[in-house]
Design a protein around this ligand. Structure first.
Ligand code: GLC
Length: 432
């Protein structure tokens, strides 16, 4: 074999690998097309709901408290959620300005909220006596929500869930089980928009057969989006409890409203509606998504604190939601009392700590053409100097709640040069 023959052979082999459906589906153009609705959505509802919701001590209670499996699995018999609890979730999501939902179909505890032929440890065959995922899918669609499935690869209940790491026969059984359940989920509920894998302990990409997993997923649901938690890059990254923009991939920050994903009745560490809106604006500024969690109780009720927060966020979204859904990458970031989004040549200054009748912005390099209050369209007067724009004649008290947005129309794409204020400002002689 000549060197050229050899190189041709290598090239052919890698072309064949690249032709696998998962790879093809992951092509940039195709990915952008699949991500279009998701980017415009920007704001989604995460729902953590399972047997742990009855305990009300966080979804990790089983492991953190070392609860024996025989004891824990009794929760499957006592799980009696009210019918169609998911309708209230979907209505709240819609009212909050969220556009998609992602629900736990199986969390680490191993209990399946869906109908599966592969285990009896599932809602239709236990306390609920019905398919909770089906109810969720129908409720989400009824409110025009896109539908996502969270699915934990790690499983604390399955007999092979840990020993699969050291015993090949166990790994084979367990991986067949996991792939089989994903196949069921993506076959039995119509079009699914997002598959949200979680925790790939204790195997690696080869052990989980993640390439094959994604191939199957895209074969069953060609338009679906998958995250990166089966060990492959997927369509988007998933910073957790933090906002971290990725420069080379779509990203979604997932976050709790208190400190727990699953219902935790004593966790009173609630974020304010202002914090939630600020986070949402920060995600939108850098073209990321915000997936905000609710942890319903065992009967499916949403904790009243979560309802109150989302209701308040929803009132703001009703007036300002377009700014979130239509935002484009925004270069302007610096202010101690505001954050920013952009649409074309318009900069939106989202003021969370309202300074009073004058609001100032430093370092804008554009000429301002006009300014208005975004929620009402009311004109705002302004004075522009070299390094500062002052918006004047504003009310002493913030006109909107929890954040007031000023729309600033510029003569080009808004750009801020904070450094120019330091270097370019006229300085006076002091001791030199
Ligand atoms: C973590 C936790 C889990 C939660 C998830 C959400 O991986 O293990 O409980 O579901 O994050 O991002």
């Amino acid at each position: 074999m000549t060197r050229r023959d050899y190189l041709q052979l290598v090239a052919a082999a890698s072309a064949a690998a690249a032709a696998s459906p998962a790879r093809a589906a992951a092509g940039d153009a195709d990915r952008e097309a699949r991500l279009k609705w998701w980017h415009e959505a920007r704001f989604g509802m995460f729902i953590h709901w399972g047997l742990y919701s009855q305990l009300g001590r966080h979804e990790w209670a089983m492991e953190e408290e070392g609860i024996p499996i025989e004891e824990y699995q009794k929760l499957a018999a006592s799980f009696h959620p009210k019918p169609n609890a998911a309708r209230a979730w979907a209505q709240l999501a819609k009212q909050a300005g969220q556009k998609y939902m992602v629900m736990t179909t199986k969390h680490h505890e191993g209990f399946c909220n869906f109908d599966t032929k592969l285990t009896d440890y599932c809602a239709p065959k236990q306390g609920p006596g019905r398919d909770l995922v089906k109810e969720y899918v129908e409720a989400a669609r009824a409110e025009g929500m896109r539908v996502g499935f969270y699915y934990s690869l790690m499983d604390w209940h399955h007999p092979d869930g840990a020993r699969c790491a050291t015993d090949e026969a166990a790994r084979r059984r367990f991986v067949d089980y996991i792939h089989g359940q994903i196949r069921e989920l993506l076959t039995n509920y119509g079009k699914i928009d997002v598959l949200w894998y979680d925790v790939n302990w204790p195997l690696n990409v080869a052990g989980w057969e993640s390439e094959k997993m994604n191939d199957m997923v895209f074969q069953l649901q060609p338009q679906i989006l998958v995250n990166n938690r089966n060990g492959l890059p997927g369509d988007f990254t998933t910073p957790e409890q933090t906002i971290r923009a990725s420069n080379d991939q779509a990203w979604e920050s997932c976050m709790t409203m208190n400190g727990s994903w699953g219902y935790h009745k004593a966790d009173d560490d609630w974020k304010t509606p202002k914090t939630i809106v600020r986070n949402l604006v920060t995600c939108a500024r850098d073209t990321g998504n915000y997936l905000l969690n609710i942890g319903p109780t065992g009967d499916g009720s949403i904790p009243p604190e979560s309802v109150a927060i989302l209701t308040s966020v929803g009132r703001w979204m009703a007036r300002n939601g377009d700014r979130i859904h239509k935002s484009e990458k925004c270069q302007v970031t610096r202010s101690t009392f505001a954050n920013f989004t952009r649409e074309g040549n318009t900069l939106f200054m989202h003021v969370h700590f309202w300074p009073g009748e004058t609001v100032a912005l430093g370092g804008l390099t554009n000429q301002v053409k006009s300014a208005r209050l975004a929620a009402t369209g009311k004109e705002v007067k302004f004075v522009q100097e070299k390094f500062r724009v002052r918006f004047t004649g504003l009310p002493e008290k913030a006109p909107d709640d929890p954040v007031t947005t000023i729309a600033i129309e510029c003569d080009g794409e808004p750009h801020q040069d904070q450094n120019a204020i330091r270097t370019g400002r006229t300085r006076f002689r002091v001791g030199v």
